[in-house]
Ligand binder design. Sequence first.
Ligand SMILES: [Mg+2]
Length: 375
Amino acid sequence: MKITGIETAVLGSAVDAASLPAQVGARELEISSVVVKVHTDEGITGLGESFYRSEENNRFLAESVEALGRHVIGKDPQNVRNIWHELYLHVKRAGAYGALSAIDEALWDIVGKNAGLPVYQLLGGQAGEVNAYATFPVDKTAEELTEYADWLSAKGFEAMKIGAGFGVEKDRRRIKTILEGSPDDFGLAIDANTSYNITDARAVAKTGSDYEIEWFEEPIAHTDIQGQAELNGSVDIPISGYQTHTPHYPALDHLKANALDIYQPSLDYVGGITGAMRVATLVEAFNKELVPHALGPAINYAASLHVAAASRQCELIEFAVLDDDVDDPGRYIAGPYVENQDAIHVQDGGRIDPPNEPGLGVTIDEDIFEEYRVE
Ligand SMILES: [Mg+2]
């Protein structure tokens, strides 16, 4: 089999922008994406996807996919590891991890479709049950979030993750209010998106420990391994991260330093399925946990589910609840261009499985795809 062409499309967001906290205040997040189609001479087309949080950024991402994709034309898509490494030689100099990730996902999709097997089976099969936790990236007060905790808990989500990094006192108040008002067995995780210095992170982490939150995500800079290790060793709650690590190599430095208890590779950025499975293997060797960062669009989300299912250290994955006015918060709504986006859903009770069709298991509705296409 040979790769005959690579095609990209920039898609507009199907859901309203959500607000996330960041060092410079709230930041708008769009689920706009770049879909990659890798065509072969045997008529099989592989799908991959990445995203850089806005349509404008995604136009550049699409260009980088096309630039990187030139190197795979004529190659056998089944040589996934060799292609990954050849592309990595370019990417480690020039960036474009999103492009590498999307192409890698498309190659695995081709291999699965050709074999007639879902990707998680190619990766060794289902290693255990994976449940979803709810990321709720919507601007709400702590009191409002407490009300939503009942709704999410009733669905079966184990926990809710909220933004942090609003300042020590405000974060402390939010933790107390939400956990005092939530169902007893419903957990809370906080995510500061690298907003804090270590002094403030320690103060918030101490309150988090007192209230037994599930984890404190990205408290300080992703580069500060020593600071993370200090925090991780001094508080009872797990420190977690980092969705910006590329590719799998940084995980080893963090594992050796005992800097994190939970590792959160993002498939759209870490180097796709190949990169994320390598993080999973390293995490298994150090007996830590894998909880993939998976906020993104449908094809990439399906790929994330295959990795989660096949990883022995993974029992939990992120699921973004992007609309607070739906009947079922476990319904995936961000990818209407995928005709079977219903195959991505959180079951009552909280379990989530990858689509069980060959490859990534998602198919495109070409008419709707064209409607969302902006480039
Ligand atoms: Mg995060």
